[in-house]
Design a binder for this molecule. Structure first.
Ligand code: ADP
Ligand code: 5GP
Length: 214
């Protein structure tokens, strides 16, 4: 029997290249209870990225207008570009009982954890198995110039320094294993007593059954 539950907000952070996008795509592919929070960014699209799917690609002015009108749940400057989470889709998802998955840096993680939505937050930090492997993955992705890869490597130590602010930490060595662990986290967090609604009524029904048996 399934009881109703409140939605959760799953924050995934990691140094660039550790595998957040890979893990989030895998979870989203066959879990229709989770929707991806499509961020707005001022960075240029990578080959294959689509406006509205990976990101909403914005000019600096458009981005600032969104921030100034209160339309962002959080926003931050990362690697010289602006990134932010539009608030309305998150509110809509919560209202319809969906979970939301966020791919944001540590600054975004902190702001969402400190927002009025904090009760729903489950945060997961993804570590690479080694720094050499992180660099190899950034290069293998083959979508950024050598200069961009070097910039991301230079920032990785700072991002990693925030690991202990997260509820869970996964080392993404074997991707299948990391995916399985992430799904286990999501499932357990959904089942937390405080997130399951209607339990009091359900237990009252059990009590009524005892009484009827006497
Ligand atoms: P992020 O979103 O954290 O920047 P990506 O998910 O884009 O990272 O992963 C960076 C690169 O590493 C991609 O080419 C991806 O296919 C690869 N990758 C992800 N996880 C693993 C893994 N466990 N083992 C080997 N390669 C991986
Ligand atoms: P990329 O350019 O590789 O897609 O993302 C660069 C970094 O920006 C990653 O660490 C990613 O998690 C972060 N990022 C993406 N969207 C957001 C967002 O909406 N807010 C914040 N704070 N960071 C974001």
């Amino acid at each position: 029997m399934d009881l109703a539950r409140r939605g959760i907000l799953i924050i995934l952070s990691s140094p660039s290249g550790a595998g957040k996008s890979t893990l989030s795509k895998r979870v989203l592919e066959d879990d229709d209870q989770v929707v991806f929070s499509v961020s707005a960014t001022t960075r240029s699209p990578r080959p294959g990225e689509e406006n509205g799917r990976e990101y909403f690609f914005k000019s600096r002015e458009e981005f600032e207008d969104l921030v100034n009108s209160g339309g962002m749940l959080e926003h931050a400057e990362v690697f010289g570009n602006f990134y932010g989470t539009p608030l309305a889709p998150v509110e809509d998802a919560i209202a319809s009982g969906q979970d939301v998955l966020f791919d944001v840096d540590w600054q975004g993680g902190q702001q969402i954890r400190n927002s009025p939505l904090s009760e729903a937050v489950v945060s997961v930090f993804v570590l690479p198995p080694s720094i050499a492997e992180l660099e190899a993955r950034l290069q293998k992705r083959g979508q950024d110039s050598a200069e961009v890869v070097a910039g991301r490597m230079a920032q990785s130590s700072n991002e990693i320094s925030h690991w202990a602010e997260y509820d869970y930490v996964l080392v993404n060595d074997d991707v299948d294993r990391a995916e399985e662990d992430l799904r286990a986290i999501v499932q357990a967090e959904r089942l937390k007593r405080a997130r399951v609604t209607g339990l009091t009524g359900f237990v009252s029904g059990l009590k009524a059954e005892y009484e009827a048996m006497q």
